[in-house]
Ligand binder design. Structure first.
Ligand code: G6P
Length: 369
């Protein structure tokens, strides 16, 4: 067991630290940095399906659904293709409108989730083209889809998904870039700039993992909280949802993720001095608006832990704690902002003595309804 954990105390921590390599493996053979091209035969062979699609419907569950939500922002921003993201369990039972002009992307780490598999079968029966993004090679979903891409994250043992999430986002980013380039939505220089910035991500994640001690200090301060709020906007709204899910899953602390601007429609009522609020405030994503959300929290005595871009000065003055991420394009920030949240949940769960790798009531893969 110790050998399998590679010297780490838990699989989850090992898997968090494997992310620079996992993301690099996901790039391999697909993103050719020198040539500035993206090669994905699974997309190229079916390019007409994607480019002529009325819309893309993403179906998934759990963390994979959060990756799908990042996918929606990426696809619409980079490739200008309308996207809907559906919980597989809802999609399959709500008599959805699916035609042969729809492309369905199913995302699943295990490739065995019953609801996602059923959603795929339904979409196929209605004539949709179904593309899979799976981690486990040869899994049921990989076999059931018309085409797809593996995430190449390697085995993920910890029930709380970490490297599967970031590699799913990596694959979705590459697809969005590829489609945006193919249909002309992304100008050549923008596309090439994204490739250069993507190439830096594994090293930036590596850098970010070094803040572990700082995250541990923050975990120590907030580990006894009963409720936490996670806020983000744009590309980082799904990261807020995923941050909250990670905390719930392994520490059993109630946490909610919310779009920062929606705070005023409900969650703001919860804010008092006992409420830690994790806010993603990267410098290019609606920064001023998030800063004003932070001020609103502060004036209600909420505790603010902010994720900011390195060199930030404004938020630093208001927040109780800040965690800096390296600079990148806003569309790529989810690959970075998610890392501190993973570490934070991990440390809180360890401090509370919880079973990090096998939290109560949860399964790595839900193969029954
Ligand atoms: C379970 C796991 C989650 C996972 C979800 C979807 O709930 O505990 O970590 O995100 O299933 O699994 P999948 O394998 O389809 O990504």
């Amino acid at each position: 067991d110790q050998i399998e954990k590679g010297g780490y105390d838990h699989f989850m921590l090992k898997e968090i630290h494997e992310q620079p390599k996992a993301i690099t493996d996901t790039f391999r053979g697909r993103m050719l940095h020198e040539e500035k091209i993206i090669k994905m035969s699974s997309i190229e062979n079916h390019l007409d399906k994607f480019l002529n699609a009325n819309r893309i419907i993403i179906v998934a569950c759990g963390t994979s659904w959060h990756a799908g939500l990042v996918g929606e922002y990426l696809f619409e921003d980079m490739a200008r293709i309308p996207v809907e993201v559906e919980y597989a369990s809802e999609f399959r039972y709500r008599n959805p409108i699916i035609t042969n002009k729809d492309v369905v992307i199913a995302i699943s780490q295990s490739g065995e989730t019953a609801d996602t598999l059923a959603a795929i079968k339904l979409a196929k029966s209605k004539g949709a083209f179904v593309y899979g993004v799976c981690n486990v090679v040869g899994s049921s979903i990989a076999r059931e889809t018309h085409s797809g891409a593996y995430t190449h994250a390697g085995p993920e043992i910890g029930v709380a998904s970490t490297k599967a999430f970031t590699t799913q986002i990596t694959v979705l980013t590459l697809i969005a870039m590829k489609l945006g380039e193919a249909n002309g939505s992304l100008a050549k220089h923008t596309f090439e700039n994204y490739i250069s910035k993507m190439q830096l991500i594994p090293r930036q994640v590596e850098e970010l993992l070094k803040i572990d001690d700082k995250v541990k200090e923050i975990a120590e301060v907030y580990k006894d909280a009963k409720n936490c709020l996670y806020l983000g906007r744009g590309f980082n709204f799904p990261v807020a949802l995923e941050g909250a899910l990670k905390l719930k899953e392994i520490s059993y602390i109630h946490a909610e993720g919310y779009p920062a601007a929606e705070m005023k429609h409900g969650p703001i009522a919860l804010i008092d001095e006992n409420m830690p609020i994790f806010v993603i405030a990267t410098n290019r994503g609606h920064y001023e608006k998030v800063v004003s959300n932070i001020q609103e929290i502060k004036s209600r005595a909420g505790k603010i832990i902010a994720i900011v871009t390195e060199g930030d000065t404004t938020v630093k003055e208001i927040a109780d704690h800040v965690i800096e991420i390296p600079d990148t394009e806003e569309a790529l920030t989810p690959l970075l902002t998610t890392i501190p949240f993973q570490l934070l949940s991990y440390h809180i769960a360890v401090m509370l003595g919880k079973n990090v790798d096998q939290p109560r009531n949860l399964a790595k893969s839900v193969t029954v309804e």
